[in-house]
Design a binder for this molecule. Structure first.
Ligand SMILES: *[C@@H]1O[C@H](CO)[C@@H](O)[C@H](O)[C@H]1NC(C)=O
Length: 172
């Protein structure tokens, strides 16, 4: 299956909706995509319960189906790969409908806003000058697992990546 067909599949799949304090939260079924993220915490037995737990948890990016009726919250998104048989991942749409003319492909706005879930830097990073600096426990391997458009650089001690707005400016 070509990449364009896969994007169409992902974006046509009906979103799942969770409400929190009157806000509508959309979770996008990632058909044919594996999210690179860390499953954390309790197991939930319905999509409704795992979505509710996700929208109430800081830095949750979505959830993963691990069996017919078991779901886990996901954290620390670093990217994705295509997988034609995968139907296991659901991504919380934090874009508020934004897309960018020169984003690498249709999925990348969704992915970017989920990686930068807390603001200008990914969850385990802090603003450092015009970049984001990772906590010292971020390994070289984890650092370079971020998309190349974030320009990850590990200097032997710290991982640095571009800030969210810098990436968005490069897609304008
Ligand atoms: C693709 O998805 C299937 C079904 O979820 C999974 O069993 C398989 O390990 C995945 N392939 C890769 C390369 O991760």
């Amino acid at each position: 299956m070509g990449a364009l067909n896969i994007f169409s599949l992902v974006l046509l799949a009906a979103a799942f909706i969770a409400q929190n304090n009157g806000a509508i939260n959309r979770f996008i079924p990632m058909w044919c995509v594996d999210l690179h993220a860390t499953p954390v915490g309790s197991t939930y037995d319905s999509t409704k319960d795992v979505m509710q737990a996700c929208v109430e948890a800081p830095a949750c990016i979505g959830f993963k189906k691990i069996s017919e009726s078991e779901y886990l919250r996901l954290y620390l998104l670093t990217g994705y790969t295509f997988n034609e048989t995968s139907r296991d991942y659901y991504l919380w749409d934090k874009t508020a409908g934004k897309t960018f003319q020169n984003q690498p492909n249709e999925l990348d706005a969704l992915i970017l806003f989920a990686i930068y879930i807390n603001g200008e830097c990914p969850a385990p990073f802090f603003v450092d000058g015009s970049l984001c600096r990772g906590r010292s426990d971020i390994s070289r391997e984890f650092c370079y697992s971020y998309p190349t458009y974030m320009a990850p650089q590990h200097d032997g001690t710290y991982c640095f990546v571009l800030q969210k707005q810098t990436v968005i400016n490069s897609w304008a």
